[in-house]
Design a protein around this ligand. Structure first.
Ligand code: NAD
Length: 380
């Protein structure tokens, strides 16, 4: 069978789902690889690098018509979805909850769609967990972006020209992105504080050299009805205690990176206008929750703004694409692992085993049916 990767059509998307290195691994699984001309250019992989890795460089029409498996990053457009054919497999981010029309088209085309955003977050599936790979990059890049907009060092220094205090960084939310941001911030030498509603992350935060921000609040209420490692909405009392703590910290923080999310909800607003107003000129906020409305009240999605009191607020939502080489290397590896599970005999033949928890969980259309939402996984 053939696996092919088209050029991404979404504006500003620089990632690519197949790299020369991942193509070599896919060939070991028995597949012939195709890439659309120019598909890897923005991520730093030119056509000649693919050709040298044994990948055939083709035009758009050949790619979609010849590939038995199409692997890409962003959800397909409506037109791309209409070109899918019976039995063809598409693997990409798909966000089925917000893409009902696409889901229906893929079903009508009788294509099998595997949504990388639906890979169950169980131990066995970590190697395919593209949400985590991308969140890790976003967390790293958020700190780099903050540094780029901050006029001082992260680390403290004593030099002949004077003493420089270290920057103070607060990370709100310590999931995958938050922990990556904490690691980057501490390694750059900043004094790093972090807060999460899940108290179990305190140990991880402290082991990375950051300080966990404790609230004076009943321990039992810290994570309310949190389930499966995810946060639940806070009680009004807890939220007030959290905001009061942040108001105390705001005048002293140079950089605030917010990553707080609750599944299937808008991002909680945790850094309010008055907190921004209390911050020093030159301070920077990077809001990684901008896509879902933002944790900071003043965030403007996809923009960088500077407030009247000189605070820069970054609301970009494309951090992984801003590091397209790294993102493509990790994402293409996630795809390759998915293909390994889909190719049990390593003979270049896809076996879409709907009894397999991971494959079942990620499959949103199969054999003319919508198979989303999936039943809960049986294994961990
Ligand atoms: P996420 O992106 O859903 O949320 C980010 C963080 O925001 C979470 O840590 C959450 O607790 C926090 N948060 C929510 N409301 C908050 C508030 N009011 N104030 C401060 N913080 C708040 O999280 P994620 O990165 O997807 O990780 C969620 C969970 O999934 C974690 O427990 C993580 O370890 C787990 N996980 C497991 C696997 C796996 O087993 N394969 C993979 C990835 C993540």
């Amino acid at each position: 069978m053939k696996i092919g990767t088209p050029k991404e059509l979404a504006a500003g998307e620089a990632r690519v789902a197949m790299t020369p290195a991942s193509a070599k691994e896919l060939q070991k699984l028995g597949y012939d690889c195709l890439i659309e001309a120019g598909a890897g250019a923005a991520a730093g992989f030119d056509d000649s690098a693919y050709a040298a890795a044994g990948v055939e460089v083709v035009d758009t029409a050949r790619l979609w018509s010849e590939a038995d498996v199409v692997a890409k990053v962003q959800p397909p457009t409506e037109d791309e979805t209409k070109t899918l054919r019976e039995g063809q497999t598409l693997i990409s981010f798909f966000w089925p909850a917000s893409n009902e029309a696409l889901l229906n088209t893929a079903k009508d085309q009788k294509a099998n769609v595997i949504a990388m955003d639906m890979v169950p977050r169980i131990s066995r599936a970590q190697k395919m967990d593209a949400l985590s790979s991308m969140a890790n990059i976003a967390g790293y890049r958020a700190v780099i972006e903050a540094g780029n907009n901050f006029g001082r060092f992260f680390t403290g220094q004593v030099t002949a020209a004077g003493k420089v205090p270290p920057a103070k960084v607060l990370i709100v939310g310590a999931g995958v992105a938050g922990l990556a941001a904490i690691g980057t911030s501490t390694s750059l030498g900043a004094i790093t504080l972090a807060f999460d509603v899940r108290p179990e992350v305190a140990e991880q935060i402290e082991s990375m050299g950051a300080e966990f921000v404790y609230l004076e609040f009943e321990e039992a209420s810290q994570d309310g009805a949190a389930t499966g490692g995810y946060a639940a909405p806070s009680s009004p009392e807890f939220r007030e205690a959290q905001l009061a703590k942040f108001r105390e910290l705001a005048p002293d923080m140079d950089i605030v990176i917010t990553t707080a999310l609750i599944p299937n909800r808008d991002a909680p607003v945790l850094w309010t206008k008055d907190m921004v107003e209390m911050m020093k000129p030159g301070s920077v906020i990077v809001d990684l929750a901008a896509e879902r409305g933002g944790n900071c009240e003043l965030t403007v999605k996809d923009e960088k703004i500077v407030t009247d009191n000189g605070v820069t607020i970054v609301g970009y939502t494309d951090f992984p694409s801003r590091m397209a080489t790294q993102s493509s290397l990790l994402y293409s590896t996630n795809i390759r692992h998915m293909m390994t599970d889909l190719t049990p005999e390593k003979d270049g033949q896809v076996v879409h085993n709907m009894e397999d928890d991971v494959i079942r969980g990620a499959t949103v259309t199969h054999a003319g049916e919508i198979t989303w939402p999936p039943p809960p996984p049986k294994t961990q």
